[in-house]
Design a protein around this ligand. Structure first.
Ligand code: ATP
Ligand code: ZN
Length: 283
């Protein structure tokens, strides 16, 4: 029996969401912090818990068939892997930031300056594209304290809310790359069918996250205007109610324009609107 291997981060920012995604795919496994490998009991899959930096290489070399890792790590390690699916979590940006007192207005002001980073490859490419000659200081962590220590004039680091920059007296200046967690694989994997099956499960979970299930009541006179507002998966289900001339409409609404849609539905005569989360959408 073939067994697929998927590598996810052992601990850190992507661990919890990666585990949650796999569990939502119906995969049953133990999530012991101490173990390196966890077998899945109801799918031919093993989960490898690794440092995120090692994941792209493990996938490239065939030790794992799949991996969940930030795009930033893939770009930095310059490996040959295929992007199979964006996962919508672990969103962040790699930004150049400078001390608040550095009154910078143009990238060219970084010429001749020292920039500390743990992303020398991505930063190097970016500076080259922008025609900037700066001194890249590669350090292994705590990049944000380096200007304060006099080790650099600027930094290039991952930012999500910007809180860490702020508390270190830094301000973001240029966006080098935007990143999110992605599912990676290798072309020509010998387990193609299993990979396909797992991707389909992941996609059905992601689709469900983007939509809400909505049930509402409406008078038959207003039914058509409600239907016109609802593209739905196919057409909405319309169910008779005990009260004559009233029906219940069941449909799904995309999360992104959810509140707009709800207020349009109310204006069109919808009442008693009930909203529910969806677990999976299988097409
Ligand atoms: P490891 O021990 O696995 O090497 P790490 O310290 O390198 O972990 P984390 O800080 O856990 O990594 O970040 C993992 C990934 O989370 C990053 O590579 C990035 O893709 C994503 N991420 C999202 N938001 C942020 C953020 N604010 N700072 C850093 N990484 C972030
Ligand atoms: Zn790491």
């Amino acid at each position: 029996m073939k067994t697929l291997k998927i590598a996810i981060q052992k601990s850190g920012r992507l661990n919890e969401k990666s585990v949650e995604l796999l569990k939502n795919c119906g995969l049953s496994f133990e999530n012991y912090k101490s173990s390196l490998i966890s077998p899945v009991s109801n799918f031919p899959l093993e989960i490898l818990f690794l440092r995120d930096d090692d994941i792209p290489e493990y996938v490239q070399d065939g030790i794992a068939d799949l991996g969940i890792v930030g795009e930033n790590v893939i770009q930095e390690t310059e490996v040959e892997v295929s992007y199979l699916q964006r996962l919508g979590f672990g969103r962040c940006s790699l930004k150049i930031a400078v001390p608040n007192a550095f009154d910078i207005s143009d990238l060219s002001e970084l010429n001749g300056k020292a920039i500390a980073t743990t992303y020398p490859v991505i930063l190097g490419k970016y500076l080259k594209e922008q025609n900037i000659q700066a001194d890249i200081r590669t350090i292994s962590g705590s990049v944000e304290i380096s200007p304060g220590l006099g080790l650099s004039d600027a930094i290039c680091d991952l930012v999500s809310t910007g809180g860490t920059l702020k508390s270190n007296g830094l301000k973001p200046f240029a966006n080098v790359m935007s990143s999110e967690a992605v599912l990676i694989g290798r072309s020509g994997s010998e387990h193609e069918e299993l990979v396909k099956e797992l991707i389909q499960r992941i996609q059905s979970v992601l689709r469900a996250k983007e939509t809400k299930y909505v049930v509402l009541n409406v008078h038959r006179d207003n039914l058509q205007s409600i239907i016109d507002l609802l593209p739905g998966v196919k057409s909405p289900s319309v169910v008779s109610l005990a009260e004559e001339d009233w029906v219940a409409v069941h449909t799904v609404i995309p999360e992104r324009d959810f509140w707009d849609k709800i207020s349009q539905l109310k204006q069109a005569g919808a009442q008693g609107i009930v909203v529910m989360p969806i677990e999976k959408i299988i097409l």
